[in-house]
Ligand binder design. Structure first.
Ligand SMILES: Cc1cc2nc3c(=O)[nH]c(=O)nc-3n(C[C@H](O)[C@H](O)[C@H](O)COP(=O)(O)OP(=O)(O)OC[C@H]3O[C@@H](n4cnc5c(N)ncnc54)[C@H](O)[C@@H]3O)c2cc1C
Length: 507
């Protein structure tokens, strides 16, 4: 019976090795959990009372519930978590402010959450701020409040600092004066897939430094902290870093095309060369109430405002409402941001983005289309952010130094059963805009921070001609593509073949 004893022997070996693997896996994971807790961190599972709040994403339409949330309180424990999980071949996602429109900070496995890494250090002499990975923008604004300094961060105060910065990060009121968030980073501290910790700056690992500034959150490594420049607002000669903030509004006007054409002419003739001027334009065309509302700022003295703006504002059709205030960043957020928003939001959301060099008449027709039929339950808020000459450091992974606009409407709806319809309405709208822009090649990409899991040609739309260089850099820093997600940057030995919607629950 030699055959049966060999079979029995094999079964014993297999059983023992399975127990050994499970035992080792269990041991190293429970050792990791104990270490994290000992050092003041947290370990959350679905049965923990804090779990639901910790795992909740900004947008309920893309909610995914992870099996385990690890919240290290010190950098060494982030490093230990990565080396342990990597050796166990357990995939991770990195969680920051939880605003990703693609839910790429979460998945059904282990999530490494930065929520306890909250330190902020301001160096007034060097004019820098160093922020740990779990900081959100409102916390930095509170730290700078009362000073004359601003940092380039989000107008939505609950956005996380790292996710925002790695995608570029624009602030529609300040970026034309001081650049994108990614233009303003002096250095990163990064934990790599194997748990080693490194620095990226213009002199140390410059390839990684280039890629982290615009290459997108979740790629390359876990950013533990970053140091950004802060900027003194002194051109306005106002105290506390105030800008001249204005609102120009046209309501229920018969000729919104003329309103927007006049604005585009003003941009070309005046604002394109005067980077003190910023705009964020909201357009809603609905059967009952239609509105074009332009928020803007002027980073210059009051005496310069009227001579610059009057020729445009006195053109027909004249605005129904004009208002100007001296505002700090906190005041501006109170007006245009979402300071007391519930988190997660109640409404389901999808956003699409078109990075455009210019806006033609054919594109205006699509921008001014009436709201989707109200019976569909999907509501559209058009947002056009003026970004001409915003990119101040051309040596970063940000690929859009030539654009003037991000045309980025948000679509909102309330019922889960309307998810497929809402996505269809949004993506068809984007396609119509792209078709209208095609003859003039006015649209050159899509904004990575408004990540769109349904975008078919996302590699070229997000990254343009930087795609191959980013893959090359990721081959060096994350060779086995450990930090992997559906629209992530694969190293050269891997194919970008993850099904885009694999981990998504919404449809
Ligand atoms: C209401 C709202 C308003 C917004 N306004 C603006 C705006 O004005 N300007 C703008 O530029 N963007 C804006 N955004 C987009 C926002 O910048 C992106 O969604 C950004 O990715 C969010 O970062 P987060 O940390 O909050 O989100 P998360 O979902 O936690 O993270 C986003 C991505 O970054 C990765 N990531 C998070 N932390 C780290 C880390 N420490 N190391 C490495 N990767 C990490 C995640 O894995 C994920 O892939 C807005 C988004 C929302 C929802």
């Amino acid at each position: 019976m030699p055959g049966s004893s060999i079979r029995l022997g094999l079964i014993v070996i297999l059983t023992l090795s399975t127990f050994y693997i499970i035992g080792t896996k269990g041991d190293s994971l429970s050792d990791l959990e104990s270490t994290i807790i000992t050092h003041g961190g947290q370990v959350l599972r679905v049965t923990d009372p804090q779990y639901k709040k910790a795992a909740g994403l900004w947008n309920p339409a893309i909610q995914i519930w992870p099996s385990l949330i690890l919240r290290p309180a010190i950098y060494d424990d982030v490093a230990l978590a990565l080396s342990t999980l990597y050796s166990l071949n357990a995939p991770v996602r990195i969680m920051g402010g939880r605003h990703s429109y693609g839910a790429y900070c979460s998945h059904e496995g282990v999530v490494l959450d930065s929520a306890l890494l909250k330190n902020i250090i301001i160096n007034w002499q060097d004019q820098t701020v160093t922020m740990q990975a779990g900081v959100i923008w409102s916390e930095v604004y509170t730290a700078l409040e009362g000073s004359e300094y601003v940092v380039i961060g989000g107008l939505c105060p609950t956005v996380g600092v790292v996710g925002y910065t790695m995608g570029g990060g624009y602030n529609s009121m300040y970026t034309r004066s001081f650049g994108l968030a990614s233009d303003n980073v002096l250095s990163f501290t990064v934990a790599l897939y194997n748990g080693s910790i490194t620095t990226a700056s213009s002199t140390i690992n410059p390839d990684l430094y280039w890629a982290l500034r615009g290459g997108g959150g979740g790629n390359f490594g876990y950013v533990l902290e970053m140091t950004h420049k802060i900027h003194q607002i002194n051109a306005t000669k106002l105290p506390f870093g105030q800008l001249l903030f204005f609102n120009v509004t046209w309501v229920n006007h018969g000729d919104f095309t003329a309103v927007l054409r006049n604005w585009l002419t003003f941009l070309k003739e005046v604002a394109d060369v005067d980077t003190r001027i910023s705009f964020d334009v909201i357009v809603i065309v609905a059967p009952e109430n239609s509105i074009v509302m332009m928020y803007g700022s002027f980073n210059g003295p009051q005496a310069d405002f009227n001579p610059v703006f009057d020729p445009w504002l006195s053109k027909n059709p004249k605005p129904d409402f004009f208002n100007m205030q001296n505002y700090t960043l906190t005041d501006i957020i109170r007006v245009v941001g979402v300071p007391n928003n519930p988190f997660p939001t109640e409404q389901r959301q999808h956003i699409v983005s078109a990075m455009a060099i210019n806006i033609t008449d054919a594109m205006l027709d699509v921008i001014l289309e009436p709201q989707p039929n109200s019976t569909s339950g999907v509501f559209q808020v058009m947002d056009i952010i003026y970004l001409h000459n915003s990119n101040k450091d051309k040596n970063t992974a940000w690929p859009f130094s030539d654009i003037s606009f991000d045309i980025a409407p948000g679509f909102v709806w309330s019922k889960a059963e309307d998810d497929p319809l809402a996505i269809d309405v949004s993506e068809r709208w984007l396609q119509r805009l792209r078709n209208a822009a095609a003859p003039t090649q006015s649209i050159v990409g899509a904004y990575l921070n408004y990540i769109d899991p349904y975008l078919p040609d996302w590699q070229t739309m997000y990254y343009r001609n930087h795609w191959e260089r980013l893959r090359e850099i990721n081959t060096k820093w994350d060779p086995t593509w450990y930090f992997r997600f559906p629209q992530g940057i694969p190293p050269n030995n891997q194919r970008s073949n993850m099904k885009t919607l694999k981990n998504m629950k919404m449809i």
